[in-house]
Design a protein around this ligand. Structure first.
Ligand SMILES: [Cu+2]
Length: 119
């Protein structure tokens, strides 16, 4: 009987900590997407207010691309200008933030830039 109680408590703790994290709800470019050049901004939308602490953008060779300064205000949505021109190819944006529950959360967004659509 006692063992069952411990198991229930352990599961409860796991579930509540998982749900308490503030997730990344959406991004532009979206993870796994292919977008046409030019890419002028990077938008991160979280499932709640967070403090964004780091964002880096790199191409497939690991070469860093400049993005605008991270806003210091706590918010659910962040729009960062992409200052370097992104040539067609694969990119990864890595981000780190502190959620409302004070947990550090982080992730990667992989996307592909395609050549501009000819007109
Ligand atoms: Cu959390």
């Amino acid at each position: 009987m006692k063992q069952w109680l411990y198991v229930a408590v352990a599961f409860g703790a796991l579930a509540s900590s998982a749900y308490a994290h503030t997730p990344l709800a959406a991004s532009t470019p979206a993870a796994g997407s292919t977008v046409a050049a030019p890419v002028k901004e990077l938008v991160l939308e979280f499932g709640g207010e967070v403090r964004l602490t780091a964002v880096a953008l790199a191409d497939s060779t690991g070469s860093k691309k400049a993005v605008g300064e991270i806003p210091t205000a706590v918010a659910a949505k962040f729009t960062l200008p992409v200052r370097d021109e992104l040539a067609p190819g694969d990119y990864v944006a890595t981000w780190r933030a502190v959620g409302a529950d004070t947990h550090v959360i982080s992730g990667e967004i992989h996307f592909k830039v395609a050549a501009p659509t000819p007109r």
